[in-house]
Design a protein around this ligand. Structure first.
Ligand code: C2E
Ligand code: CA
Ligand code: CA
Length: 279
């Protein structure tokens, strides 16, 4: 009973949920304070036609001594709502910049690394200064860092989103719309955004061989046609099978990413499997 005319129902489910949430939040603060357990993994993206390594996406991994591995699907939304995402994101960006620095120092030719930005990160008031300062500190050129944002992040404040994206582009960064097709952006809205890349959500790739094939083909034709018209690069995300790759063959897709080609791997494994092999 919360007070006048207000009731709140509790269930053991909610209690479990709240406990888990509190446990994770405390643990995440702990890991951040100790500077341990947070690690960037790297998943390769390839040029479809040449098969060449093109870039990689940095994906955050969190391991806690008591809780073990927690998936980003769980701890990223939690970090967003608990006010920890900026700190986490800065930790990840610094780690990636250090890695790029190490690759360059070792005489390897690194590929650009894509960083995911969640809404709070993108809308932080000093985003541009923060990014520029960090890149300068590690002496990393902007072409080696790109960013990924979802449609929903960009939706609310259209004009401000355009301004922030322009600032990122002016610094020299590429910017992709992530999980494209799952949000609610209208097409005219897309036209105004100074982005470079569309990442087609993996549900559409899956549906090409499993779900309503004709429907998915129509969607893929429309999306890739649109991207072509707007001079945007297209990435097919979550390609898992040869069948899916074959089904993609007749669409203008430049880049592919997925378990079929390479899973996210820690820096050492990514270096051996992809960067050294390439050199
Ligand atoms: P996302 O940005 O869409 O990342 C792609 C996700 O799909 C990753 O999951 C990746 O491991 C997975 N994936 C890649 N290829 C395949 C495939 O062929 N099949 C399947 N089934 N999955 C594939 P992950 O690493 O669990 O990340 C989940 C989400 O967490 C990401 O989705 C992103 O939204 C968020 N995330 C991860 N790292 C960061 C980060 O550093 N910052 C922020 N803000 N969000 C992050
Ligand atoms: Ca992404
Ligand atoms: Ca995605």
């Amino acid at each position: 009973r919360e007070g006048r005319n207000t009731w709140r129902l509790y269930s053991s489910d909610m209690e479990f949920h709240n406990n888990r949430r509190m446990t994770l939040e405390t643990a995440l603060r702990e890991s951040l304070a100790q500077g341990e357990g947070i690690e960037a993994y790297y998943q390769p993206l390839f040029e479809r036609d040449s098969g060449r390594l093109y870039s990689a996406e940095a994906l955050m991994r969190w391991h806690h001594p008591q809780l073990g591995q927690v998936s980003p699907g769980e701890f990223i939304p939690l970090a967003e709502s608990a006010g920890l995402i900026l700190q986490l994101g800065q930790r990840l960006l610094d780690q990636v910049l250090q890695q790029l620095h190490d690759w360059l120092a070792a005489g390897l030719e690194p590929v650009p690394i894509a960083i995911n930005l969640s809404p709070r990160q993108f809308w932080q008031h000093d985003l541009i200064d923060d990014i520029r300062t960090r890149l300068e500190a590690f002496a990393i050129p902007a072409e080696l860092i790109s960013f990924e944002l979802t449609e929903s992040t960009l939706l609310d404040r259209h004009q401000q989103a355009i301004t922030a994206l322009e600032a990122l582009r002016d610094l020299g960064h590429r910017v992709a719309i992530d999980d494209f097709g799952t949000g609610y952006s209208s097409l005219s809205y897309l036209q105004d955004l100074p982005i470079t890349t569309l990442k087609i959500d993996r549900t559409f790739i899956q549906a090409l061989t499993e779900g309503n094939r004709r429907g998915s083909e129509a969607i893929l034709a429309a999306v890739t046609g649109l991207a072509e018209g707007l001079d945007l690069q297209v990435v097919a995300e979550g390609v898992e099978t040869h069948e899916q790759l074959d089904a993609l063959a007749r669409f203008p897709v430049q880049l592919i990413q997925g378990f079929l080609f390479g899973r996210p791997a820690n820096a050492a494994t990514f270096t051996t499997n992809w960067l050294i092999r390439r050199a």
